[in-house]
Design a protein around this ligand. Sequence first.
Ligand code: GDP
Length: 320
Amino acid sequence: MRVTAIAGGTGAAKLLRGLAACLPPRDLTVVGNTGDDAEVWGLHVSPDLDTVTYALAGRLDPARGWGLADETFRCLEGMAELGSETWFNLGDRDLATHVHRTRALRAGATLSQVTAELARRRGVAARLLPMSDAPVRTRIRTPDGWLTFQEYFVREKALVEVLEVEYAGAAAARPAPGVAEALREADLVVVCPSNPVTSVGPVLAVPGVVEALGAARGPVVAVSPIVGGAAVSGPAAELMRARGLPVSPLGVARAYAPWLRRLVLDRRDAGAATELGRLGVTAVPADILMTDGAREVALARVVLSQATHGVSPPSRPPLQ
Ligand code: GDP
């Protein structure tokens, strides 16, 4: 069964580990968010692609949920001594990824090419595609002006008020090679439990992605990142509010209408089924908190079992 997953960072990493444990690795394609890519010390950093790569390589730091396990931060200390900005934490071994990527991009490689190479060299057999080879950058408007996503998320620790979110560059971007086909032709499309506004939103903003989801031959299934009225982690709730979305599975479904078929939600949110039904989305109650490897695999199994349900094409035409 060929599965294509749309992924952000930390939440996605857990489900992807579970999916990779249940599938032949070559049957898994991951479309990764690059809206929160950043330039740090002159290096091209792709936080979500790296989180997914490290997770699938079995090397993600389990406590932080980003970066490599057993990491040191000597270079960061050295940069602080030199008076450089050090609010974005880059580990010593992690730095090799960013140096390698930046050199390859400067030598003319596309982000798709270098992403595939980095995954292969880390021993990842699943196919990892950036959403686009063109730069798309999530920007957050606060009462004091526009911030890059990393300024908002890491430097300001997501504590500032969000007035608006935009995906700069999206209108001119195209899906990276293979992205539209992977979404259209998969037996199952999975939207990982990721921030709907700043992890999945940038992927959907790339022209052609929503059309591919609307034309997907397999069912499109999302896992809610919202449980009991709050995000499991991170600023998804604030960002959804800023977008006028309720902080609930219904809000997640609204962000993904009209192409979403099924939403895997926490059992305590099962009461949302009727309202979801009005959006054409079937609620699938499950245990969706992935607190250990066994729960990652158990949730992956629930998600994969959805491929056998609702395989008919969408009955409604895409609205956007
Ligand atoms: P950010 O941390 O909000 O920038 O976003 P990411 O897209 O990297 O991933 C975090 C998202 O995953 C958050 O919206 C969390 O609520 C969600 N998440 C994290 N862990 C879990 C989990 O175990 N289960 C579920 N269902 N969602 C999770």
